[in-house]
Design a protein around this ligand. Sequence first.
Ligand code: SF4
Length: 384
Amino acid sequence: MKHSQTHSFACSPIGYNVGMTNPNRIAREKTRSVKIGDLIVGGGAPVVVQSMLNTKPDDLLGAREQVEALAEAGCRIARIAVPSKIALECFALTARRSPIPIVADIHFDYKLAIAAVEAGAAAIRINPGNIGGFDKVDQVIEACRAAEVPIRIGVNAGSLDPEVAAEAGLSAAEQLAASAIQYVEYFEAHDFEQIVVSAKAHDVATTVTTYRLLAERIPEVPLHLGVTEAGGLRQGTIKSACAIGALLLDGIGDTIRVSLTADPLREVEVGYDILRACGLYRAGVEIVSCPTCGRTQVDLERIATEVERRLASIKRPLSVAVMGCVVNGPGEAAGANIGAACGRGSAQIFVDGEVRYSVPEEKIADALLAEAEQYPGVDGSPAA
Ligand code: SF4
């Protein structure tokens, strides 16, 4: 492999709970293992969060800085668009010094794809339908085979194979899936199985249906999940969480990219938040807080916000309940590692399911912070 550097992540996979003791854990589909740099995608490996640079193609300094920042944020694969020869030079220099595998994103020009492989791409992403014909696809396959570089077959609703798109009676999801599957069959017929597949739409339901079809029809192929052109931070987060979350909870998906019209660092944060919400990643503090209602007799919003802010730097898995009253408060507080069940101007503080003491309202956040700092941690090792 061309990429063989050792990675260091500020947010390395601390506390993945895949396959561990949670009885509600997701039974994930087992796909083939694909090696991207020194990272495994598929084969039951933890779901990989990836992103894509948005720097200019000739901005070497900007690209290097963004790759470093993404790696620091826990991004495990970064993709770079390579639309020209100048971009290729920048790509090569960025990939050489990158702490994480760099994938070349190529459209239209098979020579650029081959050159990116030679320049040190850990993988390439192509849409076989727009690379200039299957004779060109063959040349890309042979270059990747020789360099042991995997290929992501990336199909998008906006650039469907014209023949598939013209087929009567197929839904948008069926068209996307059919397009991706025909390429997979082509690659496999050429004895090239180091492939990952994506088939994205901007629409949540189409995306989910497409990937479910792919998981059914090509269950052995690792899937890269994402909603394409999902929008800005708020809308893109919600659409991505719905689609990626639904699929992950089905056991589908080996790597995810949250596409946002925003700083790529936000994509990584949202990616981990989705994994965390699906129970596929455990790191940092999960706040369990109620929405408040007429029974709330403390300023719960202020307390929960302060607790969340002050515990944000904790990396080990920890659940902290901040609950408004006796209806659900004691139960949730007892179920979390640490909890506060509030009453009239005070709270009972729970640790490991037991009431330890009571504090007045103004001391609730301090008490939870103190308990969190003392709570036995498992930094750097999987959580049970
Ligand atoms: S826990 Fe109590 S205060 Fe909070 S929303 Fe439920 S009933 Fe209302």
